[in-house]
Design a protein. Sequence first.
Length: 433
Amino acid sequence: MSNIVAIVGRPNVGKSTLFNRLIKQRQAIVDSVSGVTRDRHYGKSDWNGKEFSVIDTGGYAIGSDDIFEGEIRKQVELAIDEADIIVFVVDVEEGITPMDTEVANILRKVKKPVFMAVNKVDNAMRENDAVEFYNLGLGEYHTISSINGGGTGELLDALALKLENEFEEESELPRFAVVGRPNAGKSSFINALIGEDRNIVTNIAGTTRDSIDTKYNRFGFEFNLVDTAGIRKKSKVKEDLEFYSVMRAVRAIEHCDVAILVLDASRGFEGQDENIFWLAEKNKKGIIVLVNKWDLIEKETNTMRDFDAYIRREIAPFTDVPIVFISALTKQRVFKAIESAVEVFENRKKRIPTSKLNEALLDFMKQNPPPAYKGKFVKIKYCMQLPTPTPQFVFFCNLPQYIRDPYKRFVENKLRELYDFKGVPIIIYFRKK
Ligand code: GDP
Ligand code: GDP
């Protein structure tokens, strides 16, 4: 099950403006290496209690100023393959262009839900102009103004009806997604795991066309791998590599319990690594980091320690994550990698009994209360872990509105110290009681 929404359309219709509105903020990130600010083109959002991932396909356009029809077509086709819902954006100011017609021709044949959003309908007059878009043969449309938000709520209401109610299936076997940049060594890592013995690989029956789940039984562990590597090698999409690998990563992460992020040690931790890490964290999945190609690094006494510290700076504030230095080539620590991933899987399933939790935390929080705010004191009354797939804790107190993020982090750190949630994002709520 997944809820992946792709925004398609020709350049300048307002795709990225809509994207930013859907994810509610400008998700610009600063590339820690170059210091350049780049926009994110995928994000996580929710509406009417349903979560979904949004991908702005325009963000991956190649030379977006003079984009060719062929490239748009390819991107739309990829989006159709990989997404669950398509939002097709057109521009009421410009009216129907030949490229819109071309995209509409492709979308008419699609079985997945397609929403046509006529954008830049900033005022009532333009409602009338929107009528011409019936000619695209896609049926009903939604008029929106991405700039001022008009109509986007109605669009989301309709869209949410098509979203899956995502309660995560409790998987008995760990589901690991091997993700990372092209050439980081994902295929090599998987090959190192399975060795020559192809018999241990069974494709799981009953999965859909994106049957990327493969079951392994290795080193005494049984697990499913959600594979993102390899596919591109036989596909038509070499030119769209980044877009394609992002699509794959988004889907794989949504389907996993633990994301195994493979880095290339000789290149360090780059922007796309950060994106993938962030995506797994946003999805509240378990995470381990594998620093691959460790055989290529010249080592001195503290090389590993320094590299470890460098990665933790990059992934801050969520640093309680296993980092394993491996070589897929020589198979160094490949077993350790899987062992760590299994540990993270177990940590994520961990449930602390309410009585134990209160015993351990209430006294501690009394000794270390949240700072008084406007002369008022916050009193924590009790706490419990919620029965959710990923650890969530709720603390009941008199004045939850006075709790600030630093105190939440302080409590989170205590939880991590007490119970070992290594590799697992934790959510903490304060509620009134
Ligand atoms: P993209 O290339 O499809 O991602 O388009 P952008 O989101 O970059 O928008 C292209 C231009 O259209 C920008 O100048 C936006 O400010 C403008 N734009 C986007 N949405 C609206 C809208 O709802 N109304 C108006 N008037 N302009 C818009
Ligand atoms: P993928 O695109 O992430 O699946 O990466 P591949 O597994 O195809 O690896 C990309 C390149 O890196 C190939 O040439 C591999 O032989 C090489 N490679 C992968 N792992 C290692 C490693 O641990 N050490 C060295 N030296 N090379 C590696």
